[in-house]
Design a protein around this ligand. Structure first.
Ligand code: SF4
Length: 325
Protein backbone atom coordinates (compact mmCIF):
# COMPACT_ATOMS: atom_id res chain seq x y z
CA UNK A 1 0.00 0.00 0.00
CA UNK A 2 1.43 3.50 -0.82
CA UNK A 3 2.66 5.41 2.28
CA UNK A 4 -0.09 8.03 2.00
CA UNK A 5 -2.75 5.31 2.21
CA UNK A 6 -0.91 3.76 5.16
CA UNK A 7 -1.16 7.16 6.89
CA UNK A 8 -4.88 7.41 6.17
CA UNK A 9 -5.45 3.87 7.44
CA UNK A 10 -3.60 4.71 10.66
CA UNK A 11 -5.73 7.83 11.06
CA UNK A 12 -8.92 5.81 10.53
CA UNK A 13 -7.88 3.36 13.24
CA UNK A 14 -7.23 6.29 15.61
CA UNK A 15 -10.58 7.89 14.81
CA UNK A 16 -12.28 4.56 15.36
CA UNK A 17 -11.14 4.58 18.97
CA UNK A 18 -11.87 8.28 19.47
CA UNK A 19 -15.50 8.18 18.29
CA UNK A 20 -16.29 4.60 19.29
CA UNK A 21 -16.92 3.17 15.83
CA UNK A 22 -17.19 -0.28 14.32
CA UNK A 23 -16.37 -0.52 10.61
CA UNK A 24 -18.47 -2.90 8.51
CA UNK A 25 -17.43 -3.56 4.91
CA UNK A 26 -19.09 -5.48 2.11
CA UNK A 27 -17.09 -8.05 0.17
CA UNK A 28 -17.39 -5.81 -2.91
CA UNK A 29 -15.33 -3.05 -1.30
CA UNK A 30 -11.74 -2.50 -2.32
CA UNK A 31 -9.25 -4.80 -0.50
CA UNK A 32 -7.73 -1.82 1.39
CA UNK A 33 -11.15 -1.06 2.84
CA UNK A 34 -11.94 -4.69 3.70
CA UNK A 35 -8.54 -4.97 5.41
CA UNK A 36 -9.46 -2.12 7.79
CA UNK A 37 -12.91 -3.38 8.65
CA UNK A 38 -13.90 -5.01 11.93
CA UNK A 39 -16.46 -7.12 10.10
CA UNK A 40 -16.69 -8.08 6.42
CA UNK A 41 -19.63 -9.86 4.91
CA UNK A 42 -22.43 -10.07 2.37
CA UNK A 43 -25.68 -8.13 2.86
CA UNK A 44 -27.24 -10.75 5.13
CA UNK A 45 -24.21 -11.21 7.35
CA UNK A 46 -23.66 -7.46 7.68
CA UNK A 47 -27.33 -6.81 8.48
CA UNK A 48 -27.22 -9.43 11.22
CA UNK A 49 -23.81 -8.42 12.55
CA UNK A 50 -24.90 -4.78 12.75
CA UNK A 51 -27.42 -5.78 15.43
CA UNK A 52 -24.58 -7.10 17.63
CA UNK A 53 -22.36 -4.02 17.42
CA UNK A 54 -21.91 -2.45 20.84
CA UNK A 55 -20.12 0.77 19.83
CA UNK A 56 -22.29 3.91 19.40
CA UNK A 57 -21.19 4.47 15.75
CA UNK A 58 -21.33 2.16 12.74
CA UNK A 59 -19.29 3.16 9.69
CA UNK A 60 -20.89 1.26 6.84
CA UNK A 61 -18.64 0.67 3.85
CA UNK A 62 -21.16 -0.46 1.28
CA UNK A 63 -24.01 1.19 -0.60
CA UNK A 64 -26.94 3.28 0.62
CA UNK A 65 -29.55 0.54 0.98
CA UNK A 66 -27.13 -1.44 3.18
CA UNK A 67 -26.43 1.51 5.48
CA UNK A 68 -30.18 2.20 5.68
CA UNK A 69 -30.72 -1.44 6.65
CA UNK A 70 -28.15 -1.12 9.43
CA UNK A 71 -29.92 2.02 10.69
CA UNK A 72 -33.38 0.45 10.56
CA UNK A 73 -32.20 -2.55 12.58
CA UNK A 74 -30.28 -0.31 15.04
CA UNK A 75 -32.24 2.93 15.42
CA UNK A 76 -30.23 4.11 18.42
CA UNK A 77 -26.88 3.93 16.61
CA UNK A 78 -25.23 6.61 14.52
CA UNK A 79 -24.74 5.07 11.06
CA UNK A 80 -22.27 6.78 8.73
CA UNK A 81 -21.94 6.06 5.02
CA UNK A 82 -18.71 7.49 3.51
CA UNK A 83 -20.44 8.55 0.28
CA UNK A 84 -24.21 9.09 0.13
CA UNK A 85 -24.11 8.78 -3.66
CA UNK A 86 -23.17 5.09 -3.39
CA UNK A 87 -26.38 3.73 -4.90
CA UNK A 88 -27.29 0.56 -6.75
CA UNK A 89 -28.72 -0.09 -10.21
CA UNK A 90 -31.19 -2.58 -8.72
CA UNK A 91 -32.59 0.06 -6.35
CA UNK A 92 -32.99 2.45 -9.28
CA UNK A 93 -34.84 -0.21 -11.29
CA UNK A 94 -37.78 -0.33 -8.88
CA UNK A 95 -39.26 3.04 -7.89
CA UNK A 96 -41.74 2.64 -5.01
CA UNK A 97 -44.58 4.53 -6.73
CA UNK A 98 -44.36 2.21 -9.75
CA UNK A 99 -44.39 -0.86 -7.51
CA UNK A 100 -47.36 0.52 -5.56
CA UNK A 101 -49.36 0.98 -8.78
CA UNK A 102 -48.44 -2.48 -10.03
CA UNK A 103 -49.49 -4.13 -6.75
CA UNK A 104 -52.79 -2.24 -6.90
CA UNK A 105 -53.38 -3.49 -10.44
CA UNK A 106 -52.76 -7.09 -9.31
CA UNK A 107 -55.21 -6.68 -6.39
CA UNK A 108 -57.89 -5.19 -8.67
CA UNK A 109 -57.45 -8.24 -10.88
CA UNK A 110 -58.11 -10.52 -7.89
CA UNK A 111 -54.58 -11.93 -7.68
CA UNK A 112 -53.59 -13.36 -4.28
CA UNK A 113 -49.88 -12.61 -3.91
CA UNK A 114 -47.11 -11.69 -1.57
CA UNK A 115 -44.28 -9.37 -2.52
CA UNK A 116 -40.75 -10.60 -1.92
CA UNK A 117 -38.13 -7.93 -2.42
CA UNK A 118 -34.41 -8.40 -2.72
CA UNK A 119 -32.58 -6.37 -0.08
CA UNK A 120 -31.11 -4.28 -2.93
CA UNK A 121 -34.14 -1.99 -2.86
CA UNK A 122 -35.18 1.31 -1.31
CA UNK A 123 -36.73 1.50 2.17
CA UNK A 124 -40.02 2.55 0.52
CA UNK A 125 -40.02 -0.64 -1.56
CA UNK A 126 -39.22 -2.72 1.53
CA UNK A 127 -42.17 -1.07 3.28
CA UNK A 128 -44.44 -2.21 0.41
CA UNK A 129 -43.16 -5.81 0.66
CA UNK A 130 -44.06 -8.85 2.74
CA UNK A 131 -40.53 -10.22 2.84
CA UNK A 132 -37.02 -8.96 2.26
CA UNK A 133 -34.43 -11.47 1.07
CA UNK A 134 -30.73 -11.56 0.33
CA UNK A 135 -29.00 -14.02 -1.97
CA UNK A 136 -28.12 -15.85 1.29
CA UNK A 137 -31.67 -16.49 2.57
CA UNK A 138 -33.86 -16.07 -0.53
CA UNK A 139 -34.33 -19.76 -1.19
CA UNK A 140 -35.36 -20.43 2.43
CA UNK A 141 -37.89 -17.57 2.44
CA UNK A 142 -39.42 -18.56 -0.90
CA UNK A 143 -39.60 -22.26 0.06
CA UNK A 144 -40.64 -21.98 3.70
CA UNK A 145 -42.10 -18.59 4.52
CA UNK A 146 -44.36 -17.50 1.69
CA UNK A 147 -47.56 -19.48 2.34
CA UNK A 148 -48.57 -22.00 -0.35
CA UNK A 149 -51.35 -20.77 -2.58
CA UNK A 150 -49.90 -17.28 -2.90
CA UNK A 151 -48.30 -16.00 -6.07
CA UNK A 152 -44.97 -14.29 -5.54
CA UNK A 153 -44.21 -10.87 -6.95
CA UNK A 154 -40.40 -10.80 -6.88
CA UNK A 155 -38.65 -7.42 -7.15
CA UNK A 156 -36.36 -5.98 -8.41
CA UNK A 157 -33.80 -8.54 -9.72
CA UNK A 158 -35.19 -10.61 -12.61
CA UNK A 159 -32.11 -12.87 -12.74
CA UNK A 160 -32.18 -13.81 -9.06
CA UNK A 161 -35.96 -14.25 -9.35
CA UNK A 162 -35.63 -16.53 -12.38
CA UNK A 163 -32.97 -18.57 -10.58
CA UNK A 164 -35.21 -18.90 -7.51
CA UNK A 165 -38.09 -20.05 -9.69
CA UNK A 166 -35.84 -22.72 -11.13
CA UNK A 167 -34.51 -24.06 -7.80
CA UNK A 168 -37.74 -23.83 -5.78
CA UNK A 169 -40.27 -24.60 -8.52
CA UNK A 170 -42.44 -21.63 -7.37
CA UNK A 171 -43.96 -19.49 -10.06
CA UNK A 172 -43.15 -15.80 -9.79
CA UNK A 173 -44.09 -12.53 -11.36
CA UNK A 174 -40.67 -11.00 -12.06
CA UNK A 175 -39.85 -7.29 -11.99
CA UNK A 176 -37.61 -6.17 -14.84
CA UNK A 177 -34.49 -5.08 -12.91
CA UNK A 178 -30.87 -6.18 -12.99
CA UNK A 179 -27.46 -5.43 -11.51
CA UNK A 180 -25.26 -3.41 -13.86
CA UNK A 181 -22.21 -5.47 -12.81
CA UNK A 182 -23.58 -9.01 -12.92
CA UNK A 183 -25.66 -8.32 -16.04
CA UNK A 184 -22.68 -7.83 -18.32
CA UNK A 185 -20.27 -10.73 -17.77
CA UNK A 186 -19.02 -11.85 -21.15
CA UNK A 187 -20.14 -15.36 -22.08
CA UNK A 188 -17.59 -15.42 -24.91
CA UNK A 189 -14.72 -14.60 -22.54
CA UNK A 190 -15.91 -17.15 -19.99
CA UNK A 191 -15.97 -19.86 -22.68
CA UNK A 192 -12.43 -18.88 -23.71
CA UNK A 193 -11.24 -19.02 -20.09
CA UNK A 194 -12.82 -22.44 -19.61
CA UNK A 195 -10.90 -23.66 -22.68
CA UNK A 196 -7.62 -22.21 -21.38
CA UNK A 197 -8.17 -23.67 -17.90
CA UNK A 198 -10.02 -26.94 -18.50
CA UNK A 199 -9.84 -28.08 -14.85
CA UNK A 200 -10.94 -24.73 -13.42
CA UNK A 201 -14.21 -24.44 -11.49
CA UNK A 202 -16.59 -21.63 -12.40
CA UNK A 203 -18.44 -19.97 -9.51
CA UNK A 204 -21.18 -17.43 -10.22
CA UNK A 205 -23.53 -15.16 -8.28
CA UNK A 206 -27.27 -15.69 -8.91
CA UNK A 207 -27.59 -12.04 -10.00
CA UNK A 208 -25.90 -13.19 -13.26
CA UNK A 209 -28.08 -13.97 -16.27
CA UNK A 210 -28.98 -17.58 -17.13
CA UNK A 211 -26.37 -17.87 -19.90
CA UNK A 212 -23.60 -17.38 -17.30
CA UNK A 213 -25.24 -19.53 -14.61
CA UNK A 214 -25.64 -22.38 -17.12
CA UNK A 215 -21.84 -22.43 -17.50
CA UNK A 216 -21.15 -22.39 -13.74
CA UNK A 217 -20.13 -25.36 -11.60
CA UNK A 218 -21.50 -23.57 -8.54
CA UNK A 219 -24.08 -20.82 -8.10
CA UNK A 220 -24.40 -18.99 -4.79
CA UNK A 221 -24.30 -15.67 -2.95
CA UNK A 222 -20.94 -14.39 -1.76
CA UNK A 223 -21.07 -16.02 1.69
CA UNK A 224 -22.07 -19.34 0.12
CA UNK A 225 -19.24 -18.97 -2.40
CA UNK A 226 -16.71 -18.63 0.43
CA UNK A 227 -18.05 -21.78 2.06
CA UNK A 228 -17.95 -23.62 -1.26
CA UNK A 229 -14.37 -22.62 -2.09
CA UNK A 230 -13.36 -23.54 1.48
CA UNK A 231 -14.39 -27.10 0.69
CA UNK A 232 -11.46 -27.48 -1.76
CA UNK A 233 -8.25 -28.49 0.00
CA UNK A 234 -6.01 -29.01 -3.07
CA UNK A 235 -4.92 -25.94 -5.07
CA UNK A 236 -7.64 -25.20 -7.61
CA UNK A 237 -8.27 -22.52 -10.19
CA UNK A 238 -11.61 -20.70 -9.86
CA UNK A 239 -13.20 -18.56 -12.56
CA UNK A 240 -15.16 -16.00 -10.59
CA UNK A 241 -18.33 -14.33 -11.94
CA UNK A 242 -19.18 -11.75 -9.32
CA UNK A 243 -17.84 -8.33 -8.34
CA UNK A 244 -14.04 -8.75 -8.55
CA UNK A 245 -13.21 -7.42 -5.05
CA UNK A 246 -14.70 -10.67 -3.82
CA UNK A 247 -11.47 -12.31 -5.01
CA UNK A 248 -9.51 -10.31 -2.40
CA UNK A 249 -11.58 -11.94 0.34
CA UNK A 250 -11.16 -15.41 -1.20
CA UNK A 251 -7.40 -14.86 -1.57
CA UNK A 252 -7.09 -13.91 2.12
CA UNK A 253 -8.95 -16.96 3.29
CA UNK A 254 -7.78 -19.60 0.84
CA UNK A 255 -4.43 -18.46 -0.64
CA UNK A 256 -3.62 -21.90 -2.02
CA UNK A 257 -6.06 -21.37 -4.89
CA UNK A 258 -5.89 -19.25 -8.06
CA UNK A 259 -8.75 -16.82 -8.75
CA UNK A 260 -9.43 -15.43 -12.21
CA UNK A 261 -12.15 -12.83 -12.67
CA UNK A 262 -14.55 -13.22 -15.59
CA UNK A 263 -14.41 -9.93 -17.55
CA UNK A 264 -17.39 -7.81 -18.45
CA UNK A 265 -18.46 -7.18 -22.04
CA UNK A 266 -17.44 -3.54 -22.01
CA UNK A 267 -14.98 -3.40 -19.12
CA UNK A 268 -12.29 -5.93 -18.19
CA UNK A 269 -12.38 -5.17 -14.45
CA UNK A 270 -16.17 -5.04 -14.02
CA UNK A 271 -15.98 -3.32 -10.63
CA UNK A 272 -19.17 -1.90 -9.11
CA UNK A 273 -18.88 1.89 -9.52
CA UNK A 274 -21.15 2.48 -6.52
CA UNK A 275 -19.06 0.41 -4.12
CA UNK A 276 -15.93 2.10 -5.49
CA UNK A 277 -17.14 5.48 -4.18
CA UNK A 278 -16.12 4.55 -0.64
CA UNK A 279 -12.43 5.45 -0.64
CA UNK A 280 -10.15 5.46 2.41
CA UNK A 281 -10.14 9.28 2.29
CA UNK A 282 -13.95 9.41 2.46
CA UNK A 283 -14.03 6.87 5.29
CA UNK A 284 -11.61 9.03 7.27
CA UNK A 285 -13.54 12.21 6.48
CA UNK A 286 -16.92 10.80 7.53
CA UNK A 287 -15.39 9.74 10.84
CA UNK A 288 -13.86 13.19 11.33
CA UNK A 289 -17.08 15.09 10.62
CA UNK A 290 -19.82 12.62 11.56
CA UNK A 291 -21.28 13.12 8.06
CA UNK A 292 -22.92 11.81 5.94
CA UNK A 293 -25.18 10.21 8.51
CA UNK A 294 -28.18 8.01 7.74
CA UNK A 295 -31.13 9.76 9.37
CA UNK A 296 -34.46 8.16 10.20
CA UNK A 297 -37.02 8.45 7.38
CA UNK A 298 -40.81 7.95 7.79
CA UNK A 299 -40.78 4.81 5.60
CA UNK A 300 -38.25 3.18 7.94
CA UNK A 301 -41.04 2.60 10.52
CA UNK A 302 -42.72 -0.01 8.32
CA UNK A 303 -39.65 -1.27 6.46
CA UNK A 304 -37.80 -2.14 9.68
CA UNK A 305 -40.55 -4.60 10.70
CA UNK A 306 -40.38 -6.35 7.33
CA UNK A 307 -36.59 -6.50 7.58
CA UNK A 308 -36.56 -7.79 11.14
CA UNK A 309 -39.01 -10.63 10.58
CA UNK A 310 -37.28 -11.58 7.30
CA UNK A 311 -33.64 -11.48 8.32
CA UNK A 312 -33.39 -11.87 12.06
CA UNK A 313 -34.90 -15.35 12.42
CA UNK A 314 -37.92 -14.58 14.59
CA UNK A 315 -40.02 -17.46 15.98
CA UNK A 316 -42.03 -19.33 13.35
CA UNK A 317 -45.36 -18.17 14.81
CA UNK A 318 -44.51 -14.61 13.72
CA UNK A 319 -43.83 -15.63 10.16
CA UNK A 320 -47.28 -16.44 8.83
CA UNK A 321 -49.35 -14.13 6.60
CA UNK A 322 -47.57 -10.92 7.65
CA UNK A 323 -49.88 -8.59 5.73
CA UNK A 324 -52.92 -10.81 5.99
CA UNK A 325 -53.57 -10.60 2.24
S1 SF4 B 1 -22.76 -4.89 -7.55
FE1 SF4 B 1 -24.75 -4.55 -8.53
S2 SF4 B 1 -26.24 -5.12 -6.96
FE2 SF4 B 1 -24.27 -4.77 -5.90
S3 SF4 B 1 -24.34 -2.59 -5.30
FE3 SF4 B 1 -23.29 -2.71 -7.31
S4 SF4 B 1 -24.97 -2.31 -8.78
FE4 SF4 B 1 -25.94 -2.88 -6.84
Amino acid sequence: MPAILDDISAEILDLKKQIGATILAHYYQDGDVQALADITGDSLKLAREATHVDSPVIVFCGVLFMAETAKMLNPAKTVLLPDLQAGCSLVDACPADKLDRYQEMLRINGRQFQTVCYINSSAKVKALSDWVVTSGNAEDVVRNKVPPGYEILFVPDKHLGRYLQEVTGREMILWDGSCMVHEIFSVGDLLKMKKQHPTAKTIAHPECPKNILDLADYVGGTEAMIKHVGGYAAPTTFLVATEPNMMWQLQQRFPQHTYLGVPGITCACNNCPHMARNTLEKIRDCMRTGRPEITWQPEFDKAKDVLARSLLNPPKSELVHPHGD
